[in-house]
Design a protein around this ligand. Structure first.
Ligand code: ZN
Length: 384
């Protein structure tokens, strides 16, 4: 075997062992050897290295088969941190997340719709500096920043191609934010970040095929097939908001007519509300719905119908084990869950419903930030 290949294999083995300890801790060296098929000597060598680097520690002692005491291994959450950032039309959320996915510092601020790209980045840098200072961390503890936002993202080159909601076009956010903060930066569509959080510690932990649907300022989905995010050719797989469902329908901000988003997104619902009442925010629409005002009941009834149709189409296309619903609309108006479920019952084809787990995200407000931080770890952590 060539030297280069040997090094690569060593690195892969080390990653494998660390992943196993992270996901199955507490675990013994013996179990690690059994699961990986590596020799006990190799496992001991790798664990020693990981211990020296601060990733792994010994926890309790358990009695092994032959009466000897065996130490169990666990990972150290505080060995390194990543920063997750969610940028939405009206809010910026930032969290510092440790190696085991715990949010140790958090800040959420409002974002002005008219705010420029540079103003938003300056704000983010300010908050990151504040949080790092508050925690008393040195920059070396932080390996990078992950940003999740709505839109068409060239995640390989770190460029936001188009974000209708933020009104950004062709901005090199990874380079610009790196210049400001000094940290390496990755960027992806917010739902693709969020499904990483669900996969690591949420509703799809044990599933290989899952779809996350986000309903709020827009409607979109993220698809996980065989444990990997399915991106399509240009990272737009899952952008169901622009599937046309009525060619004679409403005009969409993408320029087409009758896109799904024009029946479900907050902006579209507010715009339709204004035909009846002077409405400024989605909260006012939801309040009217709760008061039983017929126009609000009608609009939300129509929205739930289209949500159920979208879910039905996704299930026929991808046949996932789990479908997770998430987003502002579900969180702020949880009473529409039963309406969505009833309509799903009507629309979804039986064979794709059979073993389906239909769930709601429990990560709430933190999902995108957490997923962005986890994805940063996956992308930037280089175990030497
Ligand atoms: Zn559209």
């Amino acid at each position: 075997m060539e030297k280069h290949d040997q090094l690569l294999m060593k690195k892969q083995n080390k990653n494998l062992v660390l992943d196993l300890i992270k996901n199955h801790s507490p675990i013994s060296r013996m179990e690690l050897a059994k699961v990986t098929g590596m020799s006990p000597t190799s496992i001991t060598r790798i664990v020693n290295e990981l211990h020296m680097q601060g990733f792994v520690r010994e926890t309790e002692l358990v009695t092994s088969g032959v009466g000897r005491k065996a130490a169990l291994l666990d990972v150290c959450g505080d060995v390194l941190y990543t920063i997750g950032v969610e940028i939405d039309k009206l809010a910026i959320k930032i969290g510092i997340v440790d190696y085991i996915g715990k949010i140790v510092a958090w800040q959420q601020i409002e974002r002005d719709e008219t705010e420029s790209y540079n103003e938003t980045l300056e704000k983010i840098n300010g908050i990151i500096r504040l949080l790092i200072t508050e925690q008393g961390f040195s920059d070396e503890k932080i390996i990078g920043i992950g940003v999740g936002l709505p839109g068409f993202i060239d995640y390989k080159n770190g460029v936001v191609k188009i974000s209708d909601q933020l009104k950004w076009k062709n901005v090199d956010i990874t380079a610009d934010l790196k210049k400001l903060t000094g940290f390496d930066v990755i960027v992806d569509n917010e739902l693709k970040m969020k499904i990483m959080a669900e996969h690591f510690k949420g509703m799809t932990k044990d599933a290989q095929n899952a779809v996350l649907v986000g309903i709020g300022s827009g409607i979109g989905s993220a698809i996980m097939l065989n444990g990997e995010i399915y991106r399509g050719d240009s990272n737009n797989a899952g952008e169901i908001g622009h599937t046309v469902i009525d060619p004679t329908g409403n005009v969409c901000n993408c320029g087409k007519i009758g896109c799904l988003a024009t029946y479900i997104s907050e902006g579209a619902i507010i715009a339709d509300s204004r035909k009846v009442k002077n409405i400024q925010t989605i909260d006012e629409v939801f309040a009217s719905y709760r008061m039983g005002e017929s126009w609000a009941m009608n609009l939300m009834d129509r929205a739930t119908t289209f949500i159920a149709l979208a879910i039905s189409n996704i299930l026929c296309l991808y046949n996932p084990e789990v479908i997770i619903l998430s987003g502002n609309t579900i969180e702020k108006l949880p009473e529409i869950k039963s309406a969505i479920e009833q309509k799903c019952e009507l629309y979804i084809w039986d064979p794709v419903k059979e073993n389906l787990k239909f769930v709601y995200s429990l990560l709430g407000n933190e999902g995108v930030v957490l997923g962005a931080a986890i994805q940063t770890q996956n992308t930037l952590l280089d175990l030497e």
